[in-house]
Ligand binder design. Structure first.
Ligand code: SF4
Ligand code: SF4
Length: 388
C-alpha cells in the first residue's frame, strides 16, 4: 500500500485483504449454515432484489482465474472469452465452491458465449435463463423485462419454496439504495485529488457489497467511511501527490485480470474509478422507490446498465461522461477481455469519444494469463509518459 503516511491500515483489515472472493465465500457459507438458500448469478442484469426479497443469499459465479482455462478448452474453443472459459472450467472440474453452494442458478441472454455455456451446464443444477431485451430503448423492452423478472420470481418461489411479496421486493429495493448511497459516499473519496483510498480497497468493497444486503455491509461500510474521513482530516492520500489519475472502463476485471491494475499502479498511475460490472457500475444509480409496480421499477433500473451486449449502447458514453466529470481522470484505459466482441467493437467508439475530449486513451485486450504483462507494462508506461 502506498499511502503517504506509513502504517496506514487498509479499510478491510483482515486476512482477506485483496482476497474478496474468499471473504465472500465465508459470508455465503455462514448464511447457508443459518438456513438461507443460495442463488448463483452470472451477470449485472440479475435482479438481485428479487432474490433478497426471498431472504436468499447470492453467489456470484463469474470466475477470474487462469487455472481452469486449460480444462475448459478441452470442450470450448480456445478463442473464447476467459471469463466464460474460467467459469465453465471450475464447473466441469467441480472446483467452484460458489457453484457448489448454489441451490439454483440464474442466467441471462447477454453475449453469445455465455448463452452457449448455459446450455452446457443446464442439466447440472436447476437453472433459469432470462430473455434479456437487447434494444433497451424500445418501448416494449421495459414491459418484456418486467415479465422476465416476474418469471424469475415464479422460478425461485417454486425451487426455493419461498414467496416474495411486492412489499418485500420494495424493502429489498430500499435496502439496495441505502447500500448504494454509502458506496457512493465512499466513491467520493476516490474523486478527491489525490485520492484517499487505493484501487485494491475500492475493488474489495465493490466485490463484497454487490451480492450482500445493506444490513450485512453496514458495519464494514460505516467503519470504512469513518476511516476515510480520518484519512482526509490527517491529509493522508494514496499514491504520489501528482500521480496520473486513471479511469478504467470495459469488461469485468477481477482475480488474475487485476494484473492490469497492478501494472498501472507500478507504472506510477492511481486508479480513481472503475467503470465495469466488477467496479462501480452496479452502484451508480438508485432504483425508484414506492413505484406502483416495484418489479417494473427494477426492470427500468437494470435496463439502464450500459453493457456492450445492448444495441445501440448509447448509455456507455453518457455514463462515461458522468465518471469523467466526477472523477476527473487524466487518462482512460479500456480493458477488454480476449474474444469479447461486444466490448472490443465498442472500444473504437469509446476511443473517439474520449479523444474528442482531449483525454489520452489506451485500449488493452487481455486474458487471465501473465504472458502479455510486459507488453501491457510498456504500453501503460508510454501512456503515462504522455501525461507527466
Ligand atoms: S459486462 Fe454485461 S454481460 Fe458482463 S456481467 Fe456486466 S452486464 Fe453482464
Ligand atoms: S466479458 Fe464479454 S464475452 Fe466475456 S462474458 Fe462478459 S460480455 Fe461475454
Amino acid at each position: 500500500m502506498k499511502f503517504n503516511v506509513s502504517g496506514e491500515r487498509p479499510l478491510i483489515d483482515d486476512e482477506y485483504v485483496g482476497e474478496p472472493a474468499k471473504r465472500a465465500l465465508q459470508y455465503i457459507q455462514s448464511k447457508r449454515q443459518r438456513g438461507f438458500p443460495v442463488v448463483g448469478v452470472y451477470c449485472g442484469y440479475a435482479p438481485l432484489e428479487i432474490i433478497k426479497a426471498m431472504e436468499a443469499t447470492i453467489a456470484v459465479l463469474c470466475a477470474f482465474s487462469n487455472k481452469t482455462i486449460r480444462n475448459a478448452e478441452a470442450s470450448l474453443p480456445a478463442n473464447l472469452c476467459p471469463l466464460i472459459k474460467s467459469s465453465y472450467g471450475f464447473i466441469i472440474t467441480d472446483t467452484c465452491p460458489f457453484y457448489g453452494l448454489s441451490d439454483v442458478v440464474v442466467a441471462e441472454t447477454t453475449c453469445d458465449g455465455k448463452k452457449k455455456m448455459y446450455e452446457l451446464i443446464r442439466d447440472i443444477k436447476p437453472m433459469h435463463v432470462m430473455d434479456l431485451p437487447h434494444v433497451p430503448d424500445e418501448k416494449e423492452a421495459e414491459q418484456n423485462w418486467t415479465v422476465m423478472i416476474r418469471k424469475l420470481q415464479s422460478f425461485l418461489e417454486k425451487h426455493l419454496d419461498r414467496k416474495a411479496t411486492d412489499e418485500q421486493i420494495e424493502e429489498a429495493i430500499k435496502d439496495t439504495n441505502r447500500k448504494n448511497r454509502k458506496m457512493n459516499a465512499i466513491f467520493d473519496f476516490m474523486a478527491r485529488r489525490p485520492p484517499v483510498m487505493s484501487w485494491q480497497e475500492l475493488y474489495d468493497l465493490t466485490f463484497l457489497a454487490q451480492p450482500s444486503t445493506a444490513a450485512d455491509m453496514d458495519d464494514l461500510l460505516d467503519a470504512s467511511l469513518a476511516a476515510l474521513g480520518r484519512r482526509r482530516e490527517r491529509g493522508v492520500f494514496y499514491g504520489l501527490h501528482d500521480a496520473p489519475r486513471i479511469l478504467v472502463t470495459g469488461c469485468p476485471v477481477a482475480g488474475d485480470a487485476t494484473k492490469v491494475f497492478k501494472i498501472i499502479e507500478e507504472a506510477g498511475g492511481v486508479i480513481v474509478a472503475i467503470d465495469s460490472c466488477t467496479g462501480m457500475k452496479a452502484y451508480m444509480d438508485e432504483i425508484e422507490e414506492n413505484s406502483p409496480d416495484p418489479v417494473a421499477a427494477l426492470a427500468r433500473r437494470y435496463l439502464k446498465i450500459a453493457c456492450a451486449c445492448m444495441t445501440p449502447n448509447v448509455r456507455r458514453l453518457t455514463e462515461l461522461d458522468r465518471y469523467i466529470e466526477r472523477f476527473n481522470p487524466d487518462a482512460i484505459i479500456d480493458v477488454v477481455l480476449h474474444a469479447c466482441h461486444g466490448y472490443n467493437v465498442e472500444s473504437h467508439k469509446v476511443m473517439k469519444h474520449v479523444k474528442e475530449k482531449k483525454i489520452p486513451f489506451l485500449h488493452i485486450e487481455t486474458d487471465y494469463s501473465m504472458t502479455d504483462s510486459s507488453q501491457i507494462r510498456t504500453r501503460v508506461e508510454a501512456l503515462l509518459e504522455t501525461i507527466r
